[in-house]
Design a protein around this ligand. Structure first.
Ligand code: TRP
Length: 378
């Protein structure tokens, strides 16, 4: 894609977009249908898409990330789509006061990215705080949304509730607008996300549309990006709840075979002997079956049938072996990179930051130009 022409000549023909129906389920179904349509367009014309996605650097990545999103990103990269991965360091302090060992965490995540197969020649990895022009987009973008719209965001509400007694900070309230800047600075038009991020993507679309209406009516400047919903199942932690570092229930991608065995041994099951796949009634057992399924490509039901009356012990043995086998190459690559065998990951980040800055500078200049702020006379 030519960077000089951000109004993407290569934008895919947009199929009619199913309208949100108003009910959450209907909206989710519409988003799923749209994602399937987009998958077809990606396969037919990968160069028409620029993906932006990423994460908050709060800890090394784990198998939940791997099966949930990383594998999908690698697939998109292999299909020929250009990717941008943001390490949203400013977002770390949306729900806590301390940034922690950011440099260390960012390094761990870079190792994870490379180990799973992200290719720095095809994928730009950058840190949010290192791209000032991206962040400056926040100011005009904030003018395009109302406080009421920000306060209505269900994900922000849920995240605030999860922080207990904490008062909502201005940063927490406005982080979906930050995300709009993250996506739009590079004219990202496809954002692989989980369901919880759908409201944010809707806000990004609104911001793009309003900017275009207000400042670029003749030739729309920003794309209205689409969500690409992961069809991967959610992997739970060893205690059967959401996998999250703060709960101490994760299996990091870099875990050794022994650590993997220990994590699986600790994983909760239930009192029923015979193994069956029943995600509603038996979520912990279903989780182990899902992991085995994700590693082997067999269906969870098939794995359950195979284990059957042999029970949880047998299931755990099978899951450990499947995980260790499946992640063996990832672990080996990660260990080699961590030992200094290969490129320095912080050099890769510096390259990514430089490229992100180049693009962000150009976008900010275009934005200021359209807003009547080009004073230097060009
Ligand atoms: N909020 C996302 C998360 O917690 C990370 C993120 C920041 C992001 N900016 C983004 C994701 C832009 C998609 C697009 O995982």
């Amino acid at each position: 894609m030519s960077l000089a022409s951000p109004a993407p000549a290569a934008t895919p023909v947009r199929a009619a977009r199913p309208r949100a129906t108003g009910s959450a389920v209907g909206t989710l179904e519409a988003a799923r249908a749209r994602s399937r349509e987009i998958e077809e367009q990606v396969a037919a014309k990968p160069e028409g898409f620029r993906v932006l996605t990423g994460e908050r650097p709060t800890g090394a990545l784990h198998i939940g990330h791997y099966f949930g999103t990383l594998a999908n990103r690698v697939r998109l990269q292999q299909q020929g789509v250009e990717l941008f991965l943001i390490l949203a360091d400013y977002q770390v302090i949306t729900d806590r006061d301390e940034t922690g060992d950011l440099r260390g965490t960012v390094r761990e995540i870079l190792l994870d990215y490379l180990a799973v197969g992200m290719d720095p020649d095809r994928t730009t990895v950058f840190t949010h705080s290192a791209v000032p022009a991206l962040n400056q987009l926040l100011l005009p973008f904030l003018s395009l949304v109302s406080v009421a719209e920000l306060e209505r965001n269900p994900t922000v509400k849920a995240e605030t509730a999860a922080t207990g007694e904490r008062a909502m900070s201005g940063l927490m309230l406005t982080y979906p607008v930050h995300q709009a800047a993250d996506i739009l600075f590079c004219h990202g038009n496809l954002v692989p996300v989980g369901q919880d991020q759908l409201p944010h993507l809707e806000m990004t679309r609104t911001i793009a549309r309003r900017f275009n209406q207000r400042y670029a009516a003749a030739a729309p400047y920003f794309p209205e990006p689409d969500a690409l919903l992961a069809h991967a199942p959610t992997i739970l932690g060893s205690d059967g709840t959401k996998m999250s570092k703060s709960r101490g229930n994760t299996l990091p991608l870099g875990a050794s075979a022994d650590e993997t065995a220990r994590w699986v041994r600790r994983a909760r099951t239930d009192g029923e002997r015979t193994i069956t796949y029943d995600p509603d009634a038996r979520p912990e057992v279903a989780n182990l079956l899902t992991i085995a399924s994700s590693c082997t490509g067999r269906s969870p039901e098939e794995v359950a049938d195979e284990v059957g009356a042999a029970g949880a012990g047998r299931l755990k043995g099978l899951v450990t072996e499947a995980l260790v086998e499946h992640l063996r190459p990832v672990r080996a690559r990660r260990a080699a990179l961590a030992a200094g065998d290969g490129p320095d990951v912080l050099d890769i980040l510096a390259r990514g930051n430089a490229r992100a800055n180049e693009i962000a500078d150009r976008t900010l200049e275009d934005v200021r130009d359209r807003m009547g702020m080009a004073y230097r006379g060009r």
